[in-house]
Design a protein around this ligand. Structure first.
Ligand code: BES
Ligand code: ZN
Ligand code: ZN
Length: 491
């Protein structure tokens, strides 16, 4: 659906490598802190130059400065500290800001002077993420012109940087794919075409299995199929497996809500709320991007992704409020609101994955409730878990990567709110605590495996861009979960 390799050109050169420069088109990027200009090995005549540039930093200027002189153009970028204290998120955002500024200034090439490999890598990731663009459906030529096409890091060890950069590109590719999927319109991306996108990942060593409706029925997923009944489009379940770990070690499992369009079903949404519902497959998009990143970087764990792909529509055969359906867990559900469909899909996928694969943990991602946006806005995702170690690990990965979460409670009193007379549970709670009752519903479909649920309704789509996230699909969670996997210690 999208051509790969659409990254801006980024390269790493040693201090003494000769680079052909076009003086008028290039800008040199240097960093300074409260105390000083940071001198890297790659700066020629650095004593002279730093003295010259220093004269522009009056009173340790608090802002970035552009210097245009006969010595060339320089961009002095303020940074909090020289080295180790800077976290990944800070550096990526710095990279994003550098990219956006240079683009706005109209230069076509940039040379960034920095010797620390980790700093370079994170700045490079920030640049890749901020230069993402989805323009598949723009046929009329855009007036906006972007000249910036090449960024070179002048550094101490270009070879080490280049090999580390492979991993960064893998992560960025995962985020790009997740964003692309979120952006795609629902007439193009529906369960079948989504599953087709997943099968392309076979090219990079991922085992992909796609289950059709008759197979899904045999698997006992009555709740998932009930959601898809109101749509002309068939439902699909996709399993993606990356076997980078020991043959017999159990996998880390990630589960994605893949409602390719959520009209609400017979409990139809009002038009305004429906406008956003092409991205109700954001969880599935993140899981797909994550598995791609894991495979591209050849991570040494067994990691799997399971997607429940459906479309929630209101035709004559749609499920009705009042229907009672059963689930893989054997428990029955009264469907009182057909718009609370995500939990029906996830319930079946969660118990099926737990029973069949016995994973070390289960993490599901879902644009599950509007109430999550009321609670946490567009800043943090909601985290719900039955396991302290897992929730702490996720929280930590969130703080480092900048894809932050906040833990929400799962007290038994909330769980009581989904009791009903006719079945084992109903698919909605009372008027309050909508995100928590939804999570309680999911919890009932996991038996004993450490499990976490991430409600990403508020963070999947951004209407306002930030340094590393342009307007639109975010690909939220790819970076954070990649970090979580890398930090994982086998139990
Ligand atoms: N997909 C929606 C949740 C959603 C809303 C995601 C806004 C992103 C932005 C979900 O399927 C839904 O409709 N949930 C209902 C649940 C209610 C009927 C209990 C909701 O949040 O209103
Ligand atoms: Zn819904
Ligand atoms: Zn939904």
């Amino acid at each position: 659906m999208q051509d790969k390799n659409r990254f801006i050109k980024i390269d790493f050169k040693n201090s003494d490598d000769q680079i052909q420069l076009n003086k008028n088109k290039i800008i040199h990027v240097l960093f300074f802190t409260e105390k000083n200009i940071i001198i890297s090995k790659g700066m020629d005549n650095h004593v002279d130059l730093s003295k010259f540039l220093k004269s522009f930093l009056i009173n340790n200027s608090s802002n970035n400065i552009v210097v245009r002189s006969e010595k060339g153009s320089f961009f002095l970028v303020k940074r909090k500290a020289e080295d180790t204290k800077l976290n990944d998120d800070y550096l990526e955002r710095l990279g994003g800001k550098i990219y956006n500024s240079i683009k706005a200034l109209g230069y076509s090439e940039a040379l960034i002077y920095e010797d620390n490999c980790n700093i370079n890598q994170r700045i490079a990731l920030g640049i890749l993420l901020s230069s993402y663009k989805f323009s598949n459906y723009k046929k009329i030529k855009q007036t906006e012109e972007n000249f910036l096409n090449s960024i070179i890091f002048k550094c101490k060890d270009s070879e080490k940087n280049l090999s580390l950069f492979n991993e960064i590109k893998g992560i960025a590719q995962g985020v790009y794919s997740a964003r692309d999927l979120v952006w795609q319109p629902p007439n193009i991306l529906f369960p079948l075409s989504f599953a087709d996108e997943c099968t392309k990942l076979r090219n990079i060593g991922i085992k992909v299995t796609v289950y059709d409706e008759s197979q899904i029925k045999e698997m006992g997923m009555e709740a998932l199929l009930a959601v898809g009944r109101g749509s002309r489009k068939d439902s699909r379940v996709v399993v993606m497996e990356w076997m980078g770990g020991e043959k017999n070690s159990s996998p880390l499992a990630f589960i994605g809500k893949g409602v390719c369009f959520d009209s609400g079903g017979l409990s139809l949404k009002p038009p305004k709320s429906m406008e956003d519902m092409k991205w109700d497959m954001g969880g599935a998009a993140t899981v797909t991007g994550l598995i791609e990143a894991v495979a591209l970087s050849k991570v040494k764990f067994n990691v799997m992704g399971v997607l429940g792909l459906v479309e929630n529509m209101p035709d004559g055969d749609a499920q009705r409020p009042g229907d009672v359906v059963s689930s893989v867990s054997g428990q029955t559900i009264e469907v009182l609101n057909t718009d609370a469909e995500g939990r029906l899909v996830l319930a079946d996928i969660l118990s099926w994955t737990e029973k069949k694969y016995k994973p070390q943990f289960l993490i599901d991602l879902a644009t599950l409730t509007g109430a999550m946006i009321v609670a946490l806005g567009n800043v943090r995702a909601g985290l719900f878990s039955n396991n302290k170690n897992l929730s702490e690990a996720i929280f930590k990965a969130g703080e480092t990567s900048g894809e932050k979460v906040w833990e929400m409670p799962l007290d038994d009193e909330y769980d009581q709110l989904i009791k009903t007379e006719i079945a084992d549970m109903k698919n909605i709670g009372g008027p309050g605590a909508g995100s928590i009752t939804a999570a309680c519903f999911l919890k009932r479909h996991v038996e004993k495996t450490p499990w976490a649920h991430l409600d990403i309704a508020g963070v999947t789509w951004k209407n306002k861009s930030s340094p590393t996230i342009p307007y639109g699909g975010v690909g939220w969670g790819v970076k954070m979960l990649y970090q979580l996997i890398k930090d994982h210690k086998e139990i």
